[in-house]
Ligand binder design. Sequence first.
Ligand code: SAM
Length: 280
Amino acid sequence: MNAPSKPADPGALLDAGRREHFTDAGYYAHAYRARTDDIAYYVQVAREHGEALLEYGVGDGRIAIPLAQAGHRVTGIDLSAPMLDALRRKLKAETREVRERVTLRAGDMTEVALRKQFNLIICPFNTFLHLYDRASAEAFLARVRRHLAPGGRFVFDVSVPAPEDLARDPGRAYKVPPFRHPTAGCVVKYEEYFAYEHVSQILYVDFVFTSRDDPSRKWKTRLAQRMYFPQELEALLHYNGFAVMGIEGDFSGGPLTGASDTMIWHVERRVKTGNGARDE
Ligand SMILES: C[S@@+](CC[C@H](N)C(=O)[O-])C[C@H]1O[C@@H](n2cnc3c(N)ncnc32)[C@H](O)[C@@H]1O
Protein backbone atom coordinates (compact mmCIF):
# COMPACT_ATOMS: atom_id res chain seq x y z
CA MET A 1 0.00 0.00 0.00
CA ASN A 2 1.40 3.37 -0.94
CA ALA A 3 0.98 6.76 0.66
CA PRO A 4 -2.54 8.21 0.73
CA SER A 5 -3.59 8.81 -2.85
CA LYS A 6 -5.06 12.19 -3.66
CA PRO A 7 -7.98 12.48 -6.05
CA ALA A 8 -7.91 15.38 -8.49
CA ASP A 9 -10.47 17.29 -6.44
CA PRO A 10 -9.03 18.26 -3.03
CA GLY A 11 -12.57 19.12 -1.90
CA ALA A 12 -13.55 15.47 -2.42
CA LEU A 13 -10.62 14.36 -0.28
CA LEU A 14 -11.66 16.70 2.52
CA ASP A 15 -15.26 15.57 2.25
CA ALA A 16 -14.13 11.93 2.53
CA GLY A 17 -11.88 12.99 5.41
CA ARG A 18 -14.76 14.43 7.35
CA ARG A 19 -17.15 11.50 6.71
CA GLU A 20 -15.46 8.13 6.11
CA HIS A 21 -14.08 7.59 9.61
CA PHE A 22 -17.62 8.04 10.95
CA THR A 23 -19.49 5.68 8.62
CA ASP A 24 -18.83 2.56 10.70
CA ALA A 25 -20.06 3.38 14.19
CA GLY A 26 -19.32 -0.16 15.42
CA TYR A 27 -15.67 0.25 14.52
CA TYR A 28 -15.59 3.77 16.02
CA ALA A 29 -16.90 2.43 19.36
CA HIS A 30 -14.33 -0.37 19.30
CA ALA A 31 -11.41 1.87 18.32
CA TYR A 32 -12.04 4.40 21.10
CA ARG A 33 -13.39 2.09 23.82
CA ALA A 34 -10.44 2.85 26.12
CA ARG A 35 -10.89 6.60 25.85
CA THR A 36 -12.76 7.43 29.04
CA ASP A 37 -10.83 10.27 30.73
CA ASP A 38 -12.56 12.84 28.56
CA ILE A 39 -16.01 11.49 29.47
CA ALA A 40 -15.39 12.05 33.20
CA TYR A 41 -13.92 15.46 32.36
CA TYR A 42 -16.96 16.67 30.41
CA VAL A 43 -19.35 15.32 33.07
CA GLN A 44 -17.47 17.47 35.60
CA VAL A 45 -17.52 20.50 33.29
CA ALA A 46 -21.28 20.08 32.87
CA ARG A 47 -21.73 19.80 36.64
CA GLU A 48 -20.00 23.20 36.97
CA HIS A 49 -21.45 25.04 33.98
CA GLY A 50 -24.70 23.74 32.63
CA GLU A 51 -27.72 21.67 33.38
CA ALA A 52 -28.65 21.89 29.69
CA LEU A 53 -25.89 21.86 27.10
CA LEU A 54 -25.17 21.70 23.40
CA GLU A 55 -22.66 19.21 22.01
CA TYR A 56 -21.25 19.77 18.53
CA GLY A 57 -20.14 16.53 16.85
CA VAL A 58 -22.17 14.40 19.26
CA GLY A 59 -21.33 11.27 17.25
CA ASP A 60 -22.53 7.99 18.77
CA GLY A 61 -23.15 9.60 22.15
CA ARG A 62 -19.91 8.34 23.70
CA ILE A 63 -19.96 11.49 25.87
CA ALA A 64 -23.60 12.61 25.48
CA ILE A 65 -25.10 9.47 27.01
CA PRO A 66 -23.01 9.64 30.21
CA LEU A 67 -23.94 13.35 30.39
CA ALA A 68 -27.64 12.48 30.13
CA GLN A 69 -27.17 9.70 32.68
CA ALA A 70 -25.71 12.32 35.02
CA GLY A 71 -28.93 14.34 34.69
CA HIS A 72 -28.03 16.83 31.94
CA ARG A 73 -30.24 17.72 29.01
CA VAL A 74 -28.09 17.35 25.90
CA THR A 75 -28.78 18.74 22.44
CA GLY A 76 -26.44 17.04 19.97
CA ILE A 77 -25.58 18.05 16.42
CA ASP A 78 -23.74 15.81 13.96
CA LEU A 79 -23.21 15.42 10.24
CA SER A 80 -22.96 11.63 10.25
CA ALA A 81 -26.20 9.63 9.88
CA PRO A 82 -24.49 6.35 10.90
CA MET A 83 -23.17 7.91 14.12
CA LEU A 84 -26.55 9.43 14.98
CA ASP A 85 -28.26 6.09 14.23
CA ALA A 86 -25.84 4.37 16.61
CA LEU A 87 -26.64 6.95 19.28
CA ARG A 88 -30.37 6.35 18.83
CA ARG A 89 -29.83 2.59 19.13
CA LYS A 90 -27.81 3.06 22.33
CA LEU A 91 -30.51 5.31 23.77
CA LYS A 92 -33.08 2.51 23.41
CA ALA A 93 -31.22 0.65 26.17
CA GLU A 94 -31.49 3.66 28.50
CA THR A 95 -34.30 4.61 30.86
CA ARG A 96 -37.06 6.88 29.60
CA GLU A 97 -35.69 9.76 31.72
CA VAL A 98 -32.28 9.48 30.06
CA ARG A 99 -33.77 9.11 26.58
CA GLU A 100 -35.91 12.19 27.05
CA ARG A 101 -32.92 14.30 28.02
CA VAL A 102 -31.28 13.85 24.59
CA THR A 103 -32.32 15.85 21.51
CA LEU A 104 -30.58 15.22 18.21
CA ARG A 105 -30.20 17.31 15.12
CA ALA A 106 -28.53 16.14 11.91
CA GLY A 107 -26.57 18.84 10.16
CA ASP A 108 -23.37 20.75 9.65
CA MET A 109 -21.98 22.48 12.71
CA THR A 110 -21.21 25.57 10.65
CA GLU A 111 -24.85 25.93 9.63
CA VAL A 112 -27.38 24.54 12.12
CA ALA A 113 -29.31 27.32 13.83
CA LEU A 114 -31.31 26.51 16.96
CA ARG A 115 -33.75 28.87 18.58
CA LYS A 116 -32.12 28.36 21.92
CA GLN A 117 -29.10 29.40 23.97
CA PHE A 118 -27.07 27.26 26.34
CA ASN A 119 -24.92 27.95 29.37
CA LEU A 120 -22.52 25.31 28.16
CA ILE A 121 -21.44 24.30 24.67
CA ILE A 122 -18.92 21.53 24.14
CA CYS A 123 -17.12 20.26 21.05
CA PRO A 124 -15.08 17.25 22.20
CA PHE A 125 -12.47 14.96 20.72
CA ASN A 126 -11.06 16.81 17.73
CA THR A 127 -14.39 17.65 16.10
CA PHE A 128 -13.07 21.21 15.70
CA LEU A 129 -10.30 19.79 13.45
CA HIS A 130 -12.93 19.15 10.77
CA LEU A 131 -13.08 22.90 10.21
CA TYR A 132 -10.57 22.90 7.39
CA ASP A 133 -10.20 26.60 6.67
CA ARG A 134 -10.69 30.01 8.26
CA ALA A 135 -14.10 30.54 6.66
CA SER A 136 -15.52 27.34 8.15
CA ALA A 137 -13.87 27.93 11.54
CA GLU A 138 -15.36 31.43 11.63
CA ALA A 139 -18.79 30.21 10.51
CA PHE A 140 -18.70 27.66 13.32
CA LEU A 141 -17.54 30.18 15.94
CA ALA A 142 -20.37 32.49 14.86
CA ARG A 143 -22.81 29.62 15.52
CA VAL A 144 -21.25 29.08 18.95
CA ARG A 145 -21.56 32.80 19.77
CA ARG A 146 -25.18 32.74 18.70
CA HIS A 147 -26.01 29.67 20.81
CA LEU A 148 -24.04 30.65 23.92
CA ALA A 149 -26.05 32.34 26.69
CA PRO A 150 -24.50 35.48 28.25
CA GLY A 151 -21.80 34.34 30.65
CA GLY A 152 -21.92 30.83 29.18
CA ARG A 153 -18.89 28.69 28.48
CA PHE A 154 -17.61 26.94 25.36
CA VAL A 155 -15.23 24.03 25.99
CA PHE A 156 -13.48 21.98 23.31
CA ASP A 157 -10.46 19.74 23.03
CA VAL A 158 -8.10 19.19 20.12
CA SER A 159 -4.80 17.44 19.55
CA VAL A 160 -1.66 19.55 19.87
CA PRO A 161 0.20 19.41 16.55
CA ALA A 162 3.52 17.70 17.30
CA PRO A 163 6.36 18.44 14.85
CA GLU A 164 7.52 14.80 14.85
CA ASP A 165 4.02 13.55 13.98
CA LEU A 166 3.68 16.03 11.13
CA ALA A 167 7.05 14.99 9.69
CA ARG A 168 6.10 11.33 9.27
CA ASP A 169 7.02 9.61 6.01
CA PRO A 170 3.73 9.30 4.05
CA GLY A 171 4.93 6.00 2.58
CA ARG A 172 5.51 4.36 5.95
CA ALA A 173 2.89 1.99 7.35
CA TYR A 174 2.24 2.28 11.07
CA LYS A 175 1.01 -1.18 12.04
CA VAL A 176 -0.81 -2.48 15.05
CA PRO A 177 -1.32 -6.19 15.86
CA PRO A 178 -4.19 -7.93 14.03
CA PHE A 179 -7.57 -7.77 15.75
CA ARG A 180 -11.12 -8.97 15.16
CA HIS A 181 -12.95 -6.21 13.31
CA PRO A 182 -16.27 -5.69 15.10
CA THR A 183 -18.39 -5.11 12.01
CA ALA A 184 -16.44 -6.89 9.23
CA GLY A 185 -16.57 -10.02 11.38
CA CYS A 186 -13.04 -11.17 10.51
CA VAL A 187 -9.53 -10.76 11.88
CA VAL A 188 -7.81 -7.87 10.10
CA LYS A 189 -4.30 -6.61 9.64
CA TYR A 190 -4.39 -2.88 10.24
CA GLU A 191 -2.10 -0.09 9.05
CA GLU A 192 -2.19 3.69 9.28
CA TYR A 193 -0.53 6.16 6.87
CA PHE A 194 -0.02 9.84 7.69
CA ALA A 195 0.51 12.63 5.16
CA TYR A 196 0.72 16.23 6.31
CA GLU A 197 0.33 19.14 3.90
CA HIS A 198 2.11 21.97 5.61
CA VAL A 199 0.58 24.79 3.56
CA SER A 200 -3.05 23.86 4.18
CA GLN A 201 -2.09 22.40 7.59
CA ILE A 202 -4.22 19.35 6.84
CA LEU A 203 -3.17 15.97 8.19
CA TYR A 204 -4.52 13.11 6.06
CA VAL A 205 -4.71 9.70 7.70
CA ASP A 206 -5.54 6.52 5.81
CA PHE A 207 -6.71 3.53 7.84
CA VAL A 208 -6.11 0.36 5.85
CA PHE A 209 -7.71 -2.96 6.80
CA THR A 210 -6.86 -6.33 5.21
CA SER A 211 -8.58 -9.59 6.11
CA ARG A 212 -5.91 -11.90 7.54
CA ASP A 213 -7.51 -14.96 5.93
CA ASP A 214 -8.49 -13.37 2.63
CA PRO A 215 -5.99 -10.66 1.60
CA SER A 216 -8.12 -9.80 -1.42
CA ARG A 217 -10.58 -8.35 1.10
CA LYS A 218 -8.99 -5.00 1.71
CA TRP A 219 -10.50 -1.59 2.39
CA LYS A 220 -9.46 1.90 3.40
CA THR A 221 -11.09 4.75 5.25
CA ARG A 222 -9.81 8.31 5.33
CA LEU A 223 -9.65 10.96 7.99
CA ALA A 224 -8.62 14.58 7.39
CA GLN A 225 -7.88 16.93 10.25
CA ARG A 226 -6.78 20.54 10.15
CA MET A 227 -3.90 21.10 12.56
CA TYR A 228 -4.43 24.21 14.69
CA PHE A 229 -1.33 25.49 16.47
CA PRO A 230 -1.96 26.92 19.95
CA GLN A 231 -1.16 30.55 19.16
CA GLU A 232 -3.14 30.40 15.93
CA LEU A 233 -6.15 29.06 17.82
CA GLU A 234 -5.84 31.78 20.44
CA ALA A 235 -5.84 34.45 17.71
CA LEU A 236 -8.79 32.85 15.92
CA LEU A 237 -10.79 32.79 19.15
CA HIS A 238 -9.80 36.35 20.03
CA TYR A 239 -10.72 37.83 16.65
CA ASN A 240 -14.01 35.95 16.67
CA GLY A 241 -15.19 37.43 19.92
CA PHE A 242 -14.04 34.97 22.59
CA ALA A 243 -12.01 35.44 25.77
CA VAL A 244 -9.86 32.52 26.84
CA MET A 245 -10.70 31.56 30.43
CA GLY A 246 -8.19 28.70 30.59
CA ILE A 247 -6.30 26.09 28.59
CA GLU A 248 -5.53 22.67 30.02
CA GLY A 249 -3.11 20.08 28.71
CA ASP A 250 -4.85 16.90 29.86
CA PHE A 251 -8.14 15.64 31.24
CA SER A 252 -6.84 15.75 34.83
CA GLY A 253 -6.66 19.54 34.63
CA GLY A 254 -2.87 19.72 34.14
CA PRO A 255 -1.35 22.72 32.34
CA LEU A 256 -0.66 22.86 28.62
CA THR A 257 3.08 22.18 28.21
CA GLY A 258 5.44 21.10 25.45
CA ALA A 259 4.70 17.50 26.44
CA SER A 260 0.90 17.77 26.16
CA ASP A 261 -0.77 15.97 23.29
CA THR A 262 -4.20 17.48 23.95
CA MET A 263 -5.29 21.05 24.55
CA ILE A 264 -8.62 21.78 26.22
CA TRP A 265 -9.88 25.31 25.68
CA HIS A 266 -12.35 27.05 27.98
CA VAL A 267 -13.66 30.25 26.41
CA GLU A 268 -16.49 32.72 26.91
CA ARG A 269 -18.02 35.38 24.73
CA ARG A 270 -15.99 38.57 25.03
CA VAL A 271 -18.11 41.63 25.67
CA LYS A 272 -15.54 44.43 25.69
CA THR A 273 -14.36 45.96 22.45
CA GLY A 274 -10.69 45.78 21.56
CA ASN A 275 -8.17 45.40 18.77
CA GLY A 276 -10.70 45.32 15.98
CA ALA A 277 -11.85 41.94 17.20
CA ARG A 278 -15.41 40.82 16.67
CA ASP A 279 -17.25 41.58 19.89
CA GLU A 280 -20.85 41.28 20.92
C1 SAM B 1 -14.15 12.29 16.73
S1 SAM B 1 -15.90 12.28 16.54
C2 SAM B 1 -16.43 12.82 18.14
C3 SAM B 1 -17.74 12.18 18.52
C4 SAM B 1 -18.11 12.32 20.01
N1 SAM B 1 -18.23 13.71 20.41
C5 SAM B 1 -17.03 11.65 20.84
O1 SAM B 1 -16.34 12.35 21.59
O2 SAM B 1 -16.87 10.45 20.70
C6 SAM B 1 -16.16 13.73 15.53
C7 SAM B 1 -17.63 13.88 15.13
O3 SAM B 1 -17.78 15.12 14.45
C8 SAM B 1 -18.69 14.94 13.38
N2 SAM B 1 -18.48 15.99 12.39
C9 SAM B 1 -17.42 16.18 11.58
N3 SAM B 1 -17.59 17.27 10.82
C10 SAM B 1 -18.79 17.80 11.17
C11 SAM B 1 -19.53 18.94 10.77
N4 SAM B 1 -19.06 19.76 9.82
N5 SAM B 1 -20.72 19.17 11.34
C12 SAM B 1 -21.23 18.34 12.29
N6 SAM B 1 -20.56 17.23 12.73
C13 SAM B 1 -19.36 16.98 12.19
C14 SAM B 1 -18.41 13.54 12.88
O4 SAM B 1 -19.50 13.01 12.14
C15 SAM B 1 -18.14 12.79 14.19
O5 SAM B 1 -19.30 12.19 14.70
